[in-house]
Write a protein that binds this ligand. Sequence first.
Ligand code: DX5
Ligand code: ZN
Length: 221
Amino acid sequence: MSNCIIAPSILSANFAKLGEEVDNVLAAGADWVHFDVMDNHYVPNLTIGPMVCQALRKHGVTAPIDVHLMVEPVDRIVPDFAEAGASLISFHPEASRHVHRTIQLIKSHGCKAGLVLNPATPVEVLDWVLEDLDLVLLMSVNPGFGGQAFIPSTLDKLRAVRAMIDKLGKPVILEVDGGVKADNIGEIAAAGADAFVAGSAIFNAPDYAGVIAKMRGNVAA
Ligand code: DX5
Ligand code: ZN
């Protein structure tokens, strides 16, 4: 699958020169910008909000911005991100009282909607909402920090969600987030993922284009 989506997580970028980092990673062949929003409440870390998303748009970023909300509550911040230029907005079901309502809220603001499953979240949470979703994001680490190791049981979970999506017959994107590297992306793709978030593997490398090309090559292999 060479038309896979590579979404570098800017969590591992140099925030002191974020615009330049995003330009460089897109010029290096990335498809999306993965934007990790942490609130020190739903997850034990604090990162960036809508103002930074808007600043990237003002800077001239036209690529899809893939907003991963690790915030609680969710609904309050959705309109702000839509206005700031988010393309996709994904959230964790544990952080929303009314998951179906939050999905509709995201779509009503013109963004694509995604649901994020933590390593311990059962896939059954998708049962009655999968057809409303544009994207499912499977966490392959516990959310909150970059640079963690890929949790191997995610591969079985990917296969399970892939089967659910195929049965539905709708092009819901299956994205994976956490510990994705050039040397494990092949088996992750084989398990059914079509979009790949990678933070430390890309931003800690000296040559972004080299890593991204290697990732694409290993997905296609
Ligand atoms: C973790 C974030 C991830 C993280 C991935 O909560 O959602 O996007 O930045 O980083 P790596 O690729 O380093 O595991
Ligand atoms: Zn993320």
